[in-house]
Ligand binder design. Sequence first.
Ligand code: SAH
Ligand code: SF4
Length: 363
Amino acid sequence: MSSAPSGPELLVSLSRDELAERLRALGQPAYRAAQILTWRFRKRVTTWEAMTDLPAGLRAELAGRFQLSSLEPLRKLGSTDTTQKLLFRLRDGQLIESVLIPASPALYGERSDRRTLCVSTQVGCAYGCKFCASGLDGFTRNLEPGEIVEQVLQAEAMSGERVDNLVFMGMGEPLANYPNLTRALAILNDTEWGVGIGARHITISTSGVVPRIRELAEQPLQVRLAVSLHGASDEVRGQIMPVNKRYNVATLMEACAHWHARKKQRLTFEYILIDGVNDQESEALALARHARPLEAKVNLIPYNTVEGLPWQRPPVERQEAFRAILKRGGVDATLRREKGHDIEAACGQLRRQVLARGPAEVC
Ligand code: SAH
Ligand code: SF4
């Protein structure tokens, strides 16, 4: 495990109040904070020289104290009208990836005319789910708030298009990096000086960190929650998700009920279908029993194979049969079939390929 890189503070990690505080210490008026953040978040400038309404002396001083960006784009896979994978190098040389998904008629089973970015929150992941590429090499470090926020700025700069939907489904467990996640959310959501993405267009995906689900439920921010279930009984879920030993299915469902009671929007259960592991009728019936009282929507995702792992997706008929059981149980369930989005659920894989073979060989 390593800690966040040292060096000048990252500007995009700071809220307006925090920046105002730093500037006050330098004898600057409070309005400078909004001025600087407007340049960075609204006008998207990446140099201090471009902030033309700041005195030259101040610009030079700020340049020594704050870093404006920290993500170096390394690779882009895919084209504008398909899913694009973006690989970045961080200040300490670590690699992370984001996935840009074009407006789609069937993203998560809903019509979506929004451009979605799937962001990472950690380098690696400590949760060690047996099927997941992100967890294979263990956990390296948490991302700083600015490293989360900057994925959006970079994705927009690289694609030339605005991102208006965010899913925290990239590398890492967002709720295991809770303080930095919530700071990043505040910056991403603020319409006055921040990035300005509506909370209802932000989805946090979690493998089930129960205390943090409860904590997030108390926050006023109306973000959406997706819970990675992947097994509806302790027997099946416990086999593939070590987190289930700490917070079993019953405990997780209680936290989901709490979320449901506190928030107005609908909860989503994500369920990867893995051949012969969690695709049996008994799991579908149990899943329906969990989802129905919570009015949760179920996203069924045929498993994406990961190099070095033995798991496979079930045949299409079994996927359909699983969904039919949920439907009969009165649950709104969608089955993602289109190939184009496979790349999105496989976050963590590009980084692994690059680490294993070197950047030149991945394209
Ligand atoms: N740690 C969080 C968010 C990142 S993973 C979580 O677990 O929810 C985002 C989603 O991708 C999760 O539902 C995860 O289970 C799923 N996923 C991981 N590996 C996958 C694979 N090979 N195929 C399909 N989905 C996968
Ligand atoms: Fe971590 Fe989520 Fe992958 Fe599990 S599925 S190892 S929690 S990133």
